[in-house]
Every structure is written in C-alpha cells, then in structure tokens.
Design a protein around this ligand. Structure first.
Ligand code: NDP
Length: 250
C-alpha cells in the first residue's frame, strides 16, 4: 500500500530531509509550508530523487489555512495517513526580555500548530484504522536550555501531548511518537544565532557540549522519523527518541 505523508514546515531544513527520506521509502509526500517557494524546491528535490510529491501552502497557526490545505490534499491524492508535525520557530532570548507577543508566536507555531494539524487529519486515520504521527520536539524540552524558556515549554507540551494521544489512539492502529533533534545544521539554527553578538562562540560551546563533538545533519533526524513511520515500527508508540550525539541521555 502506498502511504501519503504530510510534513509541516517541509520547505527546508529537517522537514525537507524528512520529505526526501519518506519519499525514498515509497510514500507520496505532501510538503506543507508557509512559503510556497521553499515547498516547491523540496518537491523538486524529491522528484529529482525519483519520488512523488506535491506542495501545499500551509500556515499551522491559521485554522482556515490548515482546513484548506487538508481539503486540497484530500481532493488531489486521498487521505493522509502519515503526519510529521515538524514546523517550528524560535529566537534566543532571556525569559525576562520576552513579552506576550513573542510567547504567543512561539506557542502558536510550536504547540497549537501541532494540535490543529493533528486534529484535522486524525478522523481519516481513525476511519482507515492505520496511521503514523511523529511530532518533532526538542532536547531543550527534556533538559532545559537557557534563552529558550518559552520554546522549551512549548516543546515540552508537544512531548506530553504525544504520550497522551498515543494512549488514546493505541486501539485505532495509530502510533504517535516524538523525535527530539539535538542542535542540527539548518537555516533555523543559523537564524537563531544571527541576532547573537557571539554567535560563533555559541556554536563552539554547543559543539563542545555534544559528546560526539559535532552538530546533527538533517538527514540523521529524518532517518529516525522514517523508522517511526514505517510498518516495522507498528508496536512503537508514545516514545520520545532523541537524535543528538549523546547530548542528553534520558
Ligand atoms: P527551519 O526553520 O530550517 O525549517 C522549518 C520550516 O517550517 C521552515 O520552512 C519554516 O518557514 C516553516 N514554518 C515556520 N512557521 C510555519 C508555520 N506557521 N506554518 C508552516 N510552516 C512554518 O527549522 P529546522 O529544520 O531547524 O527545524 C525543524 C523542527 O526541528 C522544528 O520543529 C524545530 O523546532 C525542531 N528542532 C530543530 C533544532 C535545530 O537545531 N535545528 C533542534 C531541536 C528541534 P520559514 O522559512 O518561513 O520560517
């Protein structure tokens, strides 16, 4: 059976690598992203590698956008049976320098976006009695990360949601898991560090703190996601898998 996989924030970084990996494993992938040009570029790369893909405009912070995207996919392909909630956003700031507008944006993208897209796609998975949901968390939620308090809290909510939904969905044939990337070489990491006076020093400090002494590559995160989406992972649910060179061991 060919599966259809939606990857939110699939236009670049880790999401793009996940799209390429899932297409390589035989899924038709739907690249949902807030930026059409990025989503189209991912589709081009999937197709160049021999996979099947379509792009759909998707803003996970906007219920109408989610509804329209899901309807577009349903008409073009069929129901989505693999969902990777990957879209995320953050900036480094000490908590006392943050304000409500920032809190709302971080929670909207990183947590409420997960709820919106999952809520829209679950009915078809339940009807088909098969589904895979992988939520991209962050190791910052597992151990805390200075200057990422709001983001870490939102990602912590994602990890709690993952476990609870896994229990609710276990009898429906749907698995729900989370993957927590360690620091990964993506445009987001670059953008987060751009605003910092000592960005290069921060990268050096992060790299030193990783037992394997390097950043992760997006393909390494994608490989873990791909396993959790596979038929072989059918008995794995409610789990959080860190891919981080040993940064955290919990
Ligand atoms: P990138 O910013 O490189 O890619 C994320 C993609 O999501 C971008 O294309 C971005 O669009 C898109 N996006 C942002 N907001 C929305 C939205 N509202 N609706 C739909 N798409 C949106 O991030 P990464 O690849 O680094 O991160 C992927 C996931 O991994 C995130 O959940 C992140 O929190 C998590 N993560 C990343 C780590 C890292 O070190 N890179 C470490 C731990 C976790 P745009 O280009 O417009 O921003």
């Amino acid at each position: 059976m060919t599966h259809t996989a939606l990857i939110t924030g699939g236009g670049r970084g880790i999401g793009r690598a996940i799209a390429i990996a899932l297409a390589g494993a035989g899924a038709t992938v739907v690249v949902g992203d807030i930026r059409d040009d990025d989503a189209s570029e991912t589709v081009a790369r999937v197709e160049a590698a021999g996979g099947q893909a379509m792009a759909v405009r998707l803003d996970v912070t906007d219920s109408d956008s989610v509804r329209t995207a899901v309807e577009t996919v349903r008409r073009a392909l069929s129901s989505v049976d693999i969902l990777v909630n990957n879209a995320g956003w953050d900036r480094l700031q000490p908590f006392m320098d943050t304000e409500e507008e920032f809190w709302r944006r971080v929670v909207e993208v990183n947590y409420l976006g997960v709820l919106r897209v999952t809520h829209a796609l679950l009915p078809a998975m339940i009807e088909n009695r098969w589904g895979r949901i992988v939520n991209i968390g962050s190791d910052s939620a597992r151990v805390g990360s200075a200057m990422e308090s709001v983001y870490s809290g939102a990602k912590g909510a994602v990890l709690s949601f993952t476990k609870t939904l896994a229990r609710e969905m276990a009898r429906e044939g749907i698995t729900v898991n989370a993957v927590c990337p360690g620091p990964t070489e993506t445009p987001l990491l670059t953008e987060i560090l751009e605003g910092q006076q000592r960005g290069a020093d921060i990268v050096t400090a992060i790299t030193r703190s990783v037992p394997m002494k390097r950043l992760a590559q997006p393909t390494e995160i994608a490989a873990a996601v791909s396993f959790l989406c596979s038929a072989e992972a059918g008995f794995v649910t409610g789990q959080t898998l860190s891919v981080n060179g040993g940064l955290t061991m919990c």
